[in-house]
Design a binder for this molecule. Structure first.
Ligand code: DAH
Length: 351
């Protein structure tokens, strides 16, 4: 192989290499080109192997040409690499483009049930006054639901609460009042007064309609200590009514009858809708009945083992359904139990 042939070969290699570089469409292809032309098995190495056959004076020229060719190919490779990288970056930016003007997807969050919200409101108030929150069983014995609450078997007031009996002795509790007896029995009065509320579900054998439901919710309240007077009852319920229905509420007490309290009271508040003028919410009277209460009957204390000559107390019972219906203008109690999300999602707890 003569010097001239080698020179021609070099030129041919350069041309091929530059074309291959120019047409490489990605970085991987470019790397293939590099290996093909500059690698150990490439054509330049191949030519250099024949240098030994040349006249020694011609040899340096071939070495210089080979180096030049290598350099040229390397330069072109690195230029092509740069522009392919830039193109790859542009492509990535294009592919990953985010339209920041698109509206976000709303996160839907649930709310607690409106009845749970009322319970929370009640609990907040009484926990703040140091009451404990106690739960009792929904399947209750006749003993606790009635007998312990001063309602013996033949007592006519049992008719006030139509009962789902399971057996002769067990029933679905008709009221949260039995939790009073359960808690009093266990309470150690040497350690201090008993102050409790008990929210929960109760059951009555009623036909469901707009104002009756066979299940509903109550909160029971009970305070037992020495020297508890009716002033304690009135002060507590007045503050509680304002917590539930607003500071401007006035409270009115009416004598009533419950077997477990003596005397018994019904508590009315001045109508929060019309302020007492008379409207559809208060049925024109200006007052709304919100709870039953009274001074704990000595029989109830004694039945639970509490000495009624030393201790006395007050109790109250409130219906969450009624509070929710009044507060939010709900006209049909069944809406609280049919779990229609369109109805329930209106009560966000922020109103
Ligand atoms: N248990 C009564 C009812 O279901 C409500 C009630 C009234 C509870 C007066 C009380 C109370 O503790 O003192 O109608």
């Amino acid at each position: 192989m003569s010097l001239q042939v080698m020179k021609d070969d070099f030129l041919a290699i350069q041309e091929q290499a530059l074309t291959a570089i120019a047409t490489a469409s990605d970085l991987q292809g470019l790397e293939q080109v590099r290996i093909q032309y500059l690698g150990k098995k490439g054509p330049i190495t191949e030519i250099l192997r024949n240098v030994k056959n040349l006249d020694p004076s011609e040899r340096p020229q071939v070495g210089a040409l080979a180096n030049e060719l290598r350099k040229r190919i390397e330069e072109e490779l690195s230029k092509a690499k740069e522009s392919l990288e830039a193109a790859a970056l542009l492509q990535a930016l294009e592919d990953e483009k985010i339209d920041v003007t698109l509206p976000g997807r709303p996160l839907v969050s649930g709310t607690s049930h409106v009845l749970a919200q009322v319970s929370d409101l009640v609990e907040d108030f009484f926990i703040g006054l140091g009451y404990q929150v106690v739960e009792g069983p929904e399947v209750e014995s006749d003993h606790y639901n009635f007998e312990m609450m001063n309602l013996p078997k033949d007592h006519p007031a049992r008719d006030m609460q139509d009962t789902f009996y399971i057996t002769q002795d067990y029933l679905l509790r008709t009221q949260t009042s039995p939790v009073q007896a359960r808690t009093m029995e266990k309470h150690d009065f040497t350690k201090g007064p008993l102050k409790m509320i008990s929210p929960g579900r109760v059951f009555r054998r009623d036909n469901d309609d707009a104002t009756h439901s066979h299940q509903f919710y109550q909160v029971e309240g009970l305070v037992v200590d020495k020297n508890i007077t009716m002033a304690d009852l009135i002060g507590t319920l007045e503050a509680f009514s304002k917590h539930l229905f607003g500071e401007d509420r006035e409270v009115r007490l009416r004598p009533s009858y419950f077997p477990f309290t003596e005397p018994s009271l019904e508590v009315d508040i001045s109508c929060f809708k019309c302020g007492g003028q008379g409207c559809s919410v208060c049925k024109g009277s200006g007052w709304i009945e919100i709870l039953g209460s009274g001074m704990v009957h000595p029989n109830v204390l004694e039945a639970a083992g509490v000495d009624s000559s030393v201790y006395g107390g007050f109790a109250f019972g409130l219906g969450q359904d009624r509070v929710a219906m009044l507060k939010y203008g709900i006209e049909d109690i069944r809406a609280l139990y049919t779990n229609d999300i369109r109805f329930l999602s209106q009560f966000t707890g922020k109103e």
